[in-house]
Every structure is written in structure tokens, then in C-alpha cells.
Write a protein of this length. Structure first.
Lengths: 395, 275, 282
């Protein structure tokens, strides 16, 4: 699941990312089709302040965003969160499109708090790409270099090199409306990268694509991001996109960071219902009372295998839950709860039962099993989970 | 602007009589004048000393002040009568009359425009000249440019406006200039005498050749300068009873008032000359 | 390696989709009838002009220098007024559509004022503002020796005054409908706000600008009241076609009709050509 750092490839990619000069404009460089050549020369005056250090505070009526964000060069960070959590606002604040109410923003040691968007070394891939409809793919990509002072010829040479990297050479002369979703996405990426940004922002980069295209584009994007040597921040509400594309996830809810970590870490140790739901786990918070027993605030007790003390989270997957129509006799009565079916959802040949009662939980079972149990909303059931299939960790 | 609107309406009426929907749209148009004119013909035979009813007088714009005074006198002398006016450019009025507008009397600012009406034999009898109007130079108040003759207007430093040759005051001015062999290049040929006068009132032009009556009406906003050549270009104002007059008895009485000593006095005060 | 892309086939039909929904034969009567009446109402006066046109004297009228002079002046002045409207009106439309300032709604209402003002009043207002003794005009005269009334420039001023609101309203509407995020995208690529406007917004709203310009041009071409009041009437200098038509109407209605036909023909030709060239371009 984790996305290894770009350097894990060993050598730089064949046509590496362009020269990472902070001024981002290679206007006078004269149409360098292989920008990677400039890479070795990279030296920054303040190596300790490399990367992104941001404290973003945006206050608006009925909305408050307050998050801290740091990322090292080469790192891909995903802002994950439900709709309205403030992800896009955070991204716009990074780009300078939404002013900070307070806080700060440092990129490679340079303060950007009051820098207008056009002067920030930031590239943005917008959710619906916003390719300029009146310009060809080539001229869309050449737009940035032109604005940074390159001559028309230089800008186009650079743009052609970028399109080539994206495998879009034969679409260079095409207007955006004739590009497929996947092609448009790559042009948008090339356009953002062509200004040699020190911070690449991607807003729901895959949301505009249909399911089939998404799979292809996701893996391509992953490769391009892995090659990108500066900071990349992507915003998404799709946990799969976040986990495939990012080295680190920052989960935002209601304008605040609720959890931060590697995709694997977050998937295994979710700290909010939202994440637990996203990664498909039942999650509970309670107090480890006595060795393997965790008392939940609501009353029920869950027995686990871990030996912990203090506040803990307990998580188990829906597939670990076994349902019975009648109270199972014999064996242990541990982790046995009386519930009621609140709803049923069909996922392929699986059925997910949403249960309420002593403990609210999700349970997965086959359609056959569901039929045998005569599950329907309102039906009473008994749910059990083996202690070995639960996972407890400190809160 | 109103002129062109009226003109469109007239064309509509002529060309589109069959399109009921359109006529319904232009409800204010005079679509039924011809029929109403015919039904009124019997009242003309019953010419009684007791006058009643209303008449519509189409009169040149320059007659507005004096005719409005006369209307009050007339309605006072003949209770039960009402005089309605439509003031405008003589040529526009003539076009409306030949187009079937419901008018009883036409008082034009030139024999030429009256001729348009008589040519279509819309008038009854020979039009009579009831007043004459003489040209005058209108200058800025106090006459700062010391204009004293028509020749002074030819100075290149002066901004002079004339009426367009197609309107009576322009034709008269041209006649006066030709008679004295003067060549005058104005900055503008205005579309009517009031516009020409207004250019001086607004001080955009230094002088304009307009009618005595207009100078008088403008009061202290302009200063009039008489010039002898104007005698060569005196404008006759003819008045006529119209053939389809809905109320010829009252119309005749109004024409009589205009030609009477009383009427001439009112017109004189406005600057008109006796015929 | 990035070449394999089957996504093209998947996404393309979705994009082309809306174009195919056009098979709707039945036109509802409540729309058809008033629509047809409106068409007849608009065209009938023009048809009447054609019916009553003095076709026999047309050739001699059309060869008169005065007519050509007036036509030429009309075209030059209307085009110049459109250019003035574009240069000043498009930025004004942008300010109204894309910036926030106190009283913006009021300013927008003021911009439309020349639309409701009778043109003759507009002409008088221009005289009071820019005339030799006008509020501003007296200084133009004193400092630069410029007087606008009775000059060709005055015609352009009068026509611009009347025509510019059409352009501003039209362009502002297009700007409001255009996605402002394209400008944002441009700024993230290093474009200043002006560059973003020039290189992105302007091409995007080009059809709206063209439509506004055509509207303004047509309005300027037919302008009468403000022109004759502000600029006067002198053949070859300030006498545009509408003025010539109006004055011809005084004593020769046939000539007026003929002149109107010339104006109509030329404007139909120009508007038709522009429509093909610009309006359908995007």
C-alpha cells in the first residue's frame, strides 16, 4: 500500500523532472528538452528548511480551517476527508487563491504568506483540469513557461518535451475538448509541472474520471508523482486514491487534522468513525480495564488479545463478525452482543449488515447466509467476534 | 424620433391593413379615420350659428405659442368647442395628412409643404396666407462677436449654424445668401429651426439664421440681429380647411379667428408679420 | 509506457453526448403563434419599404456623391465608435463582473442609463458635458483647443455614448457566465491578473464580445438623435446616413426610402459576414 519514496527507484528516471530552481522559470534557458540535466546542480541556501511548512488558518462565516502541514521534498501528502472538511480550501490557500486569515506558509525556506498566486512556485492540477479550451494541448502546457518569460519557441519546445514524457506527443495539436478524460488529466499534470513548481497541488485528480479510466490513470499518476522531486499535496475524498498515491495521509474533518500517518498505519489504526468507515473497519474507543478487556463508554465490553492499559481503540473488520438468529449456546459468551438489523447493503455476492443494539457494528456475510438467517431490517440477531480477530491500540 | 415612428405607422397601415393582429397592436393608430370622416359629413350641412364639438389643428411648430393663446380665446368665445393641436415640422404634418390623419385645419410654415396637401386635393379651396415670417440672425447674448450683417457671418472664425436646405428656414436663408451673393459655410445644417436656435442657446454656435419669431420666443437667451437681405426671403404661412375635416364648421370659425384683427395681433406679438 | 490509453474510447462519447439530443419535432403552438406574429411584425415595415421603394430612380440616387459620402461616414464612424466601445467597454464590463466594490449594482444601473435616455436628450447631455461651454468641454477647448461638436470625432463620441452600454451589458453577461476559475488556473501558472485576462478570459469570451460589438456597431450605425444634436449635420463631416435619410424625408420621401435601403443592404451584408466569421467560430 505504501508508496515508496521516489529515490527508491535508485537512479533518477530517464527523463527526470526539470531543473528545480526555486525561481521556477527557465525562460532564458533556451528550450531545454531534457530538463533533468540541471538536477545535479541543485543546492539550496537553507537545506534544513527544505520542503513545506504551513499552518493554514482560514476563517469564514460558518467555516473554520486550522491545519498544520509539513512535507519534505519528494514526499507526496494526501489530504483526505469528507466533503466540506476543508480540503479544497486548504489547497486553495496553499496556491494563494484563498488568502490566509492567519498562520504562515513556508516553502523551501521562503515565506509565501502574502505572495500572490502568480509569484508562488506552485503548480495546480484542478479537479476538472481547467485546461484552456481555446488553446491546444501544447499551448496549454506552454502557457506557464511563457508567463515565466520564455520565448514562444522555447515555451513550445519545453511543452513538447513534457507532452512526450506523458506519452501525449500525438495529441499536442488537439484542443482540450477532443481529449479523453485520462489524456486531459495528463495534459493538466504536464501544464502544472512545466512551471517547475516546488509544490505541486492536485485537487481530486481522479474524481472526474470514470471507473475504468481511473485505474489506468491512477497508476500513471503514481509513477509521475514518484518521479517528482519537490513536495506534492493531493486532495481527495477517496481513500483508495490517497493510499495508492500518497506516502503520507493527513485526515481532515471539520477543518481540523484528526489523524496523520502512513496509509498502512491509518488503515490499521483508524482514529475516527470516518476513517474506520473508509477503510472498512468497526472502530470503538474505550478503556482497557483489566488486561484483555476493553470497556466501551456505552457499556459493552470487548475482549481482545492485546494487553493494554488506559484509553484504547479497538477495531475489527466486518468479515470477522458472525451472526446467529438465536443466542448461540455453549462455548464462551465473550464478545457476544444482542443486536437488531438496521439496514442491508449488497456488495457483489456479499451483504453488509448494519447492526444496532448493544453495540453498533457492520457485519459481512454471504447472500446465502443472509437468506438462511432471514435477515431483514428490524430482525433481531446475535453477533460475535473472536478476540483473535480484534485489534486494540492505544488512543 | 417621433416623426419616424409615425411614418412607420402610416406605412404599416397602408401596407398591412389585412394583418389584423398588427393593427390590433397599433391600437393608437388612426386606422378608422376615413370611416369616421365620412359619417361626419352630414353635420357639415347643418351649419348652425351655435358651434360645438372639437377640431384638430395641424400647425407648424413655430405657431405653437400664438396658436395656444388663440385656442383659449376661441374656446372662451364658443363654449362647447375644443381645439386640439398637433404641432410639428410642416413636412411631417403634410405627410401625415396625406396619409389620412384626422385633421380639420392645416397651418403650414411654407407654401411648398401646403402644396403637398393641395396636390393630393386634401384641402378645400385655396389656402390663404395668414402670416409671414422673416429671418433674423440669432447671436449670443450681448452679441460678443459684433455681428451686424449677413456678411459678418462669413468670417471663418465664427461658428454659424443654418437650417438644412430641405426645411423652410434653411431654404429661406439660402435664398437670402444667394440674393446677396454671399458664400457661407456653416458648421452644421440643422434639421429644424429650433435645433439651429438651440445651438446658439447652448453657446455651441456663435450665430444662427432663424426666424424672428424664434428669436422672440428664446427671450434673453439669444440676441436678434435684423438684416436687410431677409426681405428677399420672407416665408408665407398658408392655412387651409381640409377636405376630410370631421368638423368643418368649427374649423372654419377657427381659421376666421386666425385671420381676424384679433388673431393677427396675437401673431404679431410673437414676431410674425402681416401677410 | 504511458501510451496505452484505452480511456479515449470510454470518455469520448460522454463529451459528444449533448449534441445528439435534437430530435424534437413538435413545436408547441403557444410558442409558434406569437413567434410568427413577432417575426411578421418585425419584417413587415421592411417589406413595406421594399414594396414602396422607388426602384426606377434608385440608380441615380445611388451614384450621388452625397449618398456615398454619408454611407462612408456612417461606416467609419460606427466602426470607430465600436472600437472605442471595445477599448473602454470591455474593461468596464470586467470590472463590473469580476471585482467587488461598494455601489457596484448602482454603477451597473448607471451604465445602462444611455439605453433608456432618449438619444436627443443624450445629445444635449453630451453638449452640456463636452460642448464648447460644457462642464468638461470648456477645458478641452481651453487646454487642448479641442472642440467636439460639429466634428467627425463628435459623431464618434455621440455614437459611442449610445452604443457602448449594449457592448458593456453583453460582455458583462458573458463574463458572469464564464468560469472565473480559468483565470485562477492561469495565475497559478504564473500569469498576472492582466495576462490571465488577456490570454485566457478574452479568448474565452470572444463570442460574447463579438456579439456585443455587432450589437454596438448596429446601434451606432442607426444612431440619429444624439448625433444630430451633438455633432450637427454637415455633409462629409457629420452627416451620417440616418441624418441624410431624415432630411431627405423632409421633401423627398422616395429618396429617403432609397437611402434607407442602401443602409439596410450594407448593414445586412456586414452583419451577415461578421456572423459567419466570428459568431460561429466557437
Amino acid at each position: 500500500m505504501t508508496n515508496p519514496h521516489a529515490a527508491a527507484d535508485g537512479a533518477p528516471p530517464p527523463q527526470g523532472p526539470p531543473a528545480p530552481d526555486t525561481d521556477a522559470c527557465t525562460g532564458g534557458a533556451g528550450g531545454n528538452p531534457h530538463p533533468a540535466e540541471g538536477r545535479a546542480a541543485t543546492t539550496h541556501p537553507h537545506p534544513t528548511t527544505h520542503g513545506l511548512h504551513a499552518h493554514l488558518v482560514v476563517t469564514r462565516p460558518a467555516f473554520h480551517l486550522d491545519i498544520t502541514l509539513t512535507a519534505a521534498p519528494g514526499e507526496v501528502v494526501a489530504l483526505l476527508g469528507p466533503n466540506g472538511a476543508g480540503k479544497t480550501t486548504a489547497l486553495r490557500a496553499l496556491a494563494g487563491l484563498t488568502p490566509l486569515t492567519t498562520g504562515h506558509l513556508h516553502l523551501d525556506g521562503t515565506e509565501l504568506d502574502r505572495t500572490p498566486p502568480e509569484s508562488r512556485p506552485v503548480g495546480v492540477v484542478f479537479q476538472d483540469y481547467l485546461l484552456f479550451p481555446h488553446l491546444t494541448a501544447l499551448d496549454n502546457v506552454a502557457f506557464g513557461p511563457r508567463c515565466h518569460g520564455a520565448t514562444k519557441t522555447d515555451a513550445r519546445t519545453q511543452a513538447a518535451a513534457w507532452l512526450d514524457r506523458m506519452g501525449l506527443t500525438e495529441h499536442a495539436g488537439v484542443k482540450p475538448r477532443r481529449l479523453s478524460g485520462g489524456q486531459a488529466q495528463r495534459v493538466a499534470l504536464a501544464r502544472a509541472l512545466a512551471t517547475h513548481p516546488r509544490l505541486l497541488l492536485l485537487d481530486e485528480p481522479l474524481a472526474a474520471l470514470d471507473a475504468r479510466t481511473r485505474l489506468d490513470v491512477r497508476s500513471q499518476l503514481r509513477r509521475h508523482l514518484a518521479e517528482f522531486e519537490a513536495v506534492a499535496v493531493l486532495v481527495t475524498h477517496d481513500p483508495l486514491d490517497a493510499m495508492v498515491l500518497a506516502d503520507r495521509l493527513i485526515v481532515i474533518e471539520d477543518g481540523r487534522v484528526v489523524q496523520e500517518g502512513t496509509p498502512a498505519d491509518i488503515a490499521r489504526h483508524p482514529r475516527t468513525d470516518y476513517i474506520a468507515h473508509l477503510v472498512g473497519l468497526n472502530l470503538y474507543r474505550g478503556r482497557a480495564a483489566d488486561g484483555h478487556t476493553v470497556e466501551l463508554a456505552a457499556g459493552p465490553v470487548i475482549t481482545t488479545t492485546e494487553d493494554l492499559a488506559g484509553d484504547v481503540f479497538v477495531a475489527f473488520p466486518p468479515s470477522a463478525v458472525t451472526l446467529f438468529r438465536d443466542r448461540p449456546t455453549g462455548a464462551s459468551a465473550r464478545n457476544l452482543w444482542r443486536c437488531e438489523v438496521a439496514g442491508l447493503e449488497i456488495h457483489g455476492d456479499q451483504i453488509r449488515a448494519d447492526l444496532t443494539g448493544e453495540l453498533s457494528l457492520a457485519a459481512d456475510l454471504t447472500t446465502v447466509a443472509a437468506a438462511e438467517l432471514d435477515l431483514h431490517p428490524g430482525a433481531p440477531v446475535w453477533a460475535t467476534v473472536k478476540a483473535a480477530q480484534t485489534h486494540a491500540y492505544p488512543a | 424620433m417621433t416623426r419616424s415612428v409615425r411614418r412607420t405607422r402610416r406605412t404599416l397601415q397602408v401596407a398591412g391593413a389585412s394583418v389584423a393582429a398588427l393593427l390590433a397592436l397599433s391600437a393608437c393608430s388612426s386606422s378608422d379615420d376615413s370611416s369616421s370622416a365620412k359619417t361626419k359629413s352630414d353635420t357639415s350641412s347643418a351649419a348652425t350659428p351655435k358651434l360645438s364639438g372639437s377640431i384638430t389643428v395641424f400647425a407648424a411648430a413655430s405657431l405653437q405659442e400664438s396658436f395656444t393663446t388663440l385656442k383659449a380665446d376661441f374656446e372662451k368665445a364658443h363654449p362647447g368647442t375644443k381645439v386640439n393641436f398637433s404641432f410639428g415640422g410642416s413636412d411631417t404634418l403634410a405627410a401625415q395628412i396625406t396619409g389620412g390623419a384626422p385633421a380639420d385645419v392645416f397651418a403650414a410654415a411654407s407654401p411648398k409643404t401646403m402644396a403637398i396637401v393641395t396636390a393630393k386635393s386634401d384641402a378645400v379651396g385655396t389656402p390663404a396666407t395668414f402670416v409671414r415670417n422673416q429671418l433674423e440672425i440669432a447671436t449670443l447674448p450681448g452679441n460678443p462677436d459684433k455681428i451686424s450683417s449677413l456678411k459678418d457671418l462669413t468670417k471663418s472664425s465664427l461658428k454659424v449654424v443654418l437650417c438644412d436646405k430641405t426645411v423652410p428656414c434653411g431654404a429661406a436663408a439660402q435664398k437670402a445668401l444667394d440674393a446677396s451673393k454671399l458664400k457661407l459655410t456653416p458648421v452644421s445644417y440643422e434639421e429644424d429651426v429650433k435645433s439651429a436656435l438651440n445651438k446658439v442657446v447652448l453657446k455651441e454656435a456663435d450665430a444662427a439664421v432663424v426666424y424672428k419669431t424664434d428669436v422672440k420666443a428664446a427671450g434673453s437667451k439669444v440676441e436678434g440681429v435684423e438684416f436687410p437681405e431677409s426681405a428677399n426671403a420672407i416665408n408665407d404661412y398658408p392655412i387651409a380647411l381640409l377636405k376630410d375635416a370631421p368638423n368643418p364648421a368649427v374649423a372654419k370659425a377657427f381659421i376666421a379667428l386666425v385671420q381676424s384683427a384679433e388673431g393677427q395681433q396675437v401673431l404679431n406679438q410673437a414676431g410674425f408679420l402681416k401677410p | 509506457m504511458t501510451k496505452a490509453d484505452g480511456s479515449g474510447a470510454v470518455a469520448a462519447p460522454r463529451r459528444g453526448g449533448p449534441r445528439r439530443r435534437r430530435v424534437r419535432p413538435a413545436v408547441p403552438l403557444p410558442l409558434l403563434l406569437p413567434g410568427a406574429v413577432a417575426l411578421v411584425f418585425l419584417l413587415l415595415p421592411l417589406v413595406a419599404l421594399l414594396v414602396r421603394a422607388p426602384w426606377s430612380s434608385l440608380p441615380s440616387l445611388l451614384t450621388s456623391t452625397e449618398v456615398w459620402q454619408a454611407l462612408q461616414l456612417s461606416l467609419i464612424c460606427a466602426t470607430a465608435a465600436t472600437a472605442v466601445s471595445l477599448v473602454l467597454g470591455v474593461p468596464l464590463a470586467w470590472l463590473l463582473a469580476r471585482t467587488e466594490f461598494p455601489g457596484r449594482g448602482f454603477v451597473r444601473a448607471l451604465v445602462t442609463l444611455p439605453l433608456v435616455l432618449p438619444p436627443v436628450v443624450g445629445g444635449v447631455a453630451l453638449l452640456l458635458a463636452l460642448g464648447r461651454n460644457g462642464v468638461v468641454g470648456q477645458w478641452l477647448d481651453a487646454w487642448f483647443g479641442i472642440t467636439l461638436p460639429f466634428t467627425t470625432a463628435g459623431v464618434v463620441v455621440a455614437e459611442s455614448f449610445v452604443a457602448m452600454p449594449f457592448l458593456v451589458i453583453s460582455v458583462e453577461g458573458t463574463l458572469r457566465a464564464a468560469d472565473p476559475r480559468y483565470e485562477e488556473a492561469a495565475t497559478t501558472l504564473g500569469a498576472s491578473r492582466f495576462t490571465a485576462f488577456r490570454r485566457v478570459t478574452l479568448p474565452l469570451i470572444a463570442p460574447g464580445i463579438a456579439a456585443g460589438a455587432v450589437l454596438a456597431w448596429a446601434r451606432a450605425l442607426g444612431e440619429f438623435g444624439a448625433t444630430i444634436t451633438f455633432a450637427g449635420n454637415f455633409p462629409g463631416r457629420t452627416q451620417t446616413m440616418p441624418l441624410a435619410v431624415y432630411l431627405a424625408l423632409q421633401n423627398d420621401p422616395d429618396a429617403a426610402i432609397a437611402l434607407s435601403l442602401v443602409l439596410l443592404t450594407v448593414s445586412i451584408a456586414v452583419l451577415g459576414a461578421l456572423r459567419d466569421r466570428w459568431m460561429t467560430a466557437s
